[in-house]
Design a protein around this ligand. Structure first.
Ligand code: ADP
Ligand code: MG
Length: 375
């Protein structure tokens, strides 16, 4: 695998297609979100080495035209312009027909060294999520090299992550490398007890990882939509709560209340469970205090609304209070509550599902893809 940090290669006069992960769905994006600050070193490195940079990313799961409006990447052009001190040109690629794509490729090719372009949401193209070669070719047409700095998407076989690396020679970016290093080190011999705190909404992506992580983990502390899904499996009435009904949770038999710890009380409004309750916060706080390794992905409740943010905020406090533990937190929303600087024992990963899969020892298609075409 080629690492950007180790290359002696000159990017002078070359164009790099840089895949990052700007999958931050909050309406008001903080410029200090780890997914933004995390990729700045790679962009700076490439510019310093004379490259032009074309940034690709997905955002959310746009299905309807209305969703496409709220999931545009346009706001990020301004954010990156401010952070980099250079104008970042936003390209609404979906409006382009075949001849204008060639024109755009020409404009990019003739732009000065250090120029930065940001393309519209890759998921606006049919085929991105199906790992279409045709879509990957369109992205690849703008550049000479591919740099992947989207560790957090490496569990998905998408065109801008996977198929593109068959076409262009690729490097793992600086953030990608840092993620792999930190997560590998943490998992080598995790100090026990190890606690995994699991919440959030991407239930089918994550719940199965309990199975993969259970031998290393002493306790799973469950909240959010994951808890609701297990409650439903146990036959509790779920009203309008967020949960997934169709998941086979047979693998949990014998684990619940022993290794997999569920909320003992919840905050309900109307017909929905929206947060963990005070008794649960207390119980989890006591368990977290004893841990020596803590992995956290997924908020404990609907934390975007202040009314239901208490569980997530209190758990964050409990986690940070534990100075003796190695702490790994990650995920798009989870990282958004960890903007800024933290002590050395805390590693904020940009990955949610990818982080959990990597920690559980699974092979990630985005990592394998980077091994395909070497420079
Ligand atoms: P991450 O991005 O950190 O990996 P997810 O994407 O899986 O996490 O989930 C984050 C989302 O889960 C948040 O938008 C939060 O509002 C939502 N969420 C968590 N618990 C609940 C709940 N009980 N009801 C509704 N939404 C919830
Ligand atoms: Mg998320």
């Amino acid at each position: 695998m080629n690492f950007l940090s180790k290359t002696k290669f000159s990017f002078k006069g070359r164009t790099v297609i840089l895949r990052v992960d700007l999958n931050i769905e909050n309406e008001n994006v903080s410029p200090f979100h780890p997914r933004i600050t995390g990729v700045l070193p790679t962009i700076k490195f490439l510019r310093k080495n004379g490259a032009r940079v074309v940034i690709l990313s997905h955002r959310g799961r746009p299905r309807t035209e209305a969703e496409k409006k709220t999931l545009s990447l346009k706001p990020f052009a301004g954010i990156f312009s401010n952070l980099l001190g250079v104008k970042v040109d936003f390209v609404d690629y979906k409006k382009l027909s075949a001849p204008s794509i060639e024109t755009l490729a020409g404009i990019i090719k003739h732009s000065p060294a250090g120029a930065v372009f940001l393309l519209e949401n890759t998921r606006f193209f049919k085929g991105e999520e199906e790992n279409s070669e045709k879509v990957a070719k369109r992205f690849a047409a703008f550049g000479d090299f591919f740099v992947n700095d989207a560790f957090s998407v490496s569990h998905r076989d998408n065109a801008s992550v996977s198929a593109i690396s068959k076409i262009l020679p690729g490097f793992a970016g600086l953030l990608f490398e840092k993620e792999m290093e930190n997560l590998s080190a943490a998992m080598k011999n995790p100090a026990r007890p190890m606690i995994v705190i699991l919440g959030g909404a991407k239930i089918s992506d994550k719940i199965g990882l309990i199975k993969n992580l259970k031998s290393k983990t002493d306790f799973f502390l469950i909240g959010g939509g994951i808890a609701n899904t297990i409650f439903n499996y146990q036959g509790l009435p779920m009203g309008d709560s967020l949960f997934e009904p169709e998941i086979d949770l047979g693998f949990l038999s014998g684990l619940i209340d022993k290794k997999v710890i569920l909320p003992v009380d919840v905050n309900i409004k109307k017909r929905s469970i929206l947060d963990i309750g005070p008794e649960t916060i207390k119980k989890y706080d006591e368990m977290i205090a004893k841990a020596r390794t803590i992995v956290w992905n997924g908020p404990m409740g609907y934390f975007e609304k202040e009314e239901f943010a208490k569980g997530t905020e209190k758990i964050k406090k409990s986690v940070l209070k534990n100075k003796r533990a190695k702490i790994i937190v990650g995920g798009g929303e989870t990282a958004s509550i960890f903007c800024g600087k933290y002590p050395k024992n805390v590693f904020v990963s940009t990955g949610g599902g990818a982080m959990l899969e990597f920690l559980s020892g699974k092979k990630l298609p985005g990592i394998d893809a980077l091994k395909r075409k070497q420079v």
